[in-house]
Design a protein around this ligand. Structure first.
Ligand code: C5P
Length: 253
């Protein structure tokens, strides 16, 4: 049976709050439950790199979710600075292409090697979980969501990144297609039973997402909007433990 601690390592809580005070409050409340915290565009824009450094220094694992997408040289240089901040994970849009992803991955590994830093996990974003077929059409993409996700996941793997962000619905297709056991799948769009979907289109419960093969769950509003955040997180952890038990029971039989 998966231990509570192992389940905790899989939970990334999205700090989608406007400022340092609220972020610190959430990190204090969830210190025992979250394996990592995600700093995204809102908090990074308001508090900047200083806050990322502060959170890392306080001992938190930080996923810097700023989804880099620019010319290869710019992304590589920004990625190196993310590594120097000491983040545990960061991401870039896989739709930025091979040269962009490869330049970033090579530059980060080279710098970390030279400067004695631990390289962060580098993750490619496939298709945002708020997007659907209609979103792809309006941006001129004729593929369906599954084909698009698979193409971008395969490209990410070929560029030597550590994994992808994808919706839990696509986890199985990615696992079946990419035969790299160390390839990590990070899934937002998680909604415990009875919760609202908010603006997410492609959602799944935490236990089902783990059963489908997700390595990390990114969860924001179902925890952050709860009156008791720690208890909401613990309920999710219990569900992850139950799912892992069912999964390992099934694979052992
Ligand atoms: O509140 P909720 O659980 O929907 O938060 C999900 C988080 O994951 C948000 O911070 C969102 O920006 C992020 N995210 C996502 N879909 C992606 C990548 C990141 O929802 N493909």
């Amino acid at each position: 049976m998966l231990s509570y601690e192992n389940a905790r390592q899989k939970l990334i809580v999205a700090l989608d709050v406007p400022n340092r005070t609220e972020a610190m409050e959430a990190m204090d409340q969830l210190r025992g439950e979250a394996g990592a915290f995600k700093i995204g565009l809102q908090l990074f824009t308001s508090e900047g790199a200083a806050f990322v450094k502060e959170a890392v220094k306080a001992g938190h694992r930080i996923f810097l979710d700023v989804k880099y997408h620019d010319i290869p040289n710019t992304v590589a240089k920004a990625a190196v600075e993310a590594a120097r901040l000491g983040v545990w994970m960061f991401n870039m849009h896989a739709s930025g292409g091979r040269e962009m992803m490869k330049s970033a991955a090579d530059a980060v590994r080279e710098t970390c090697d030279k400067e004695g830093l631990t390289p962060p996990r580098m993750i490619g974003v496939t298709v945002l979980t708020s997007s659907n077929e209609a979103t792809l059409r309006e941006t001129g993409i004729a593929q369906n969501v599954d084909d698009r996700v698979l193409l971008l996941a395969e490209l990410t793997a070929k560029c030597g990144l550590d994994g992808v962000v994808a919706s839990p619905e696509e986890t199985r297709i990615i696992r079946n297609a990419i035969r790299r056991p160390d390839f990590e799948i990070v899934t937002p769009g998680i909604r415990p039973a009875g919760g609202t979907k908010d603006d997410q289109s492609r959602v799944m419960g935490p236990g089902d997402a783990i059963s489908a093969g997700s390595d990390f769950l990114v969860i924001g509003r179902p925890i952050m909007n709860s009156a008791d955040r720690a208890e909401a997180a613990r309920e999710i952890l219990r569900e992850i433990c139950r799912a892992e038990t069912t999964r390992s029971g099934a694979s052992n039989s």
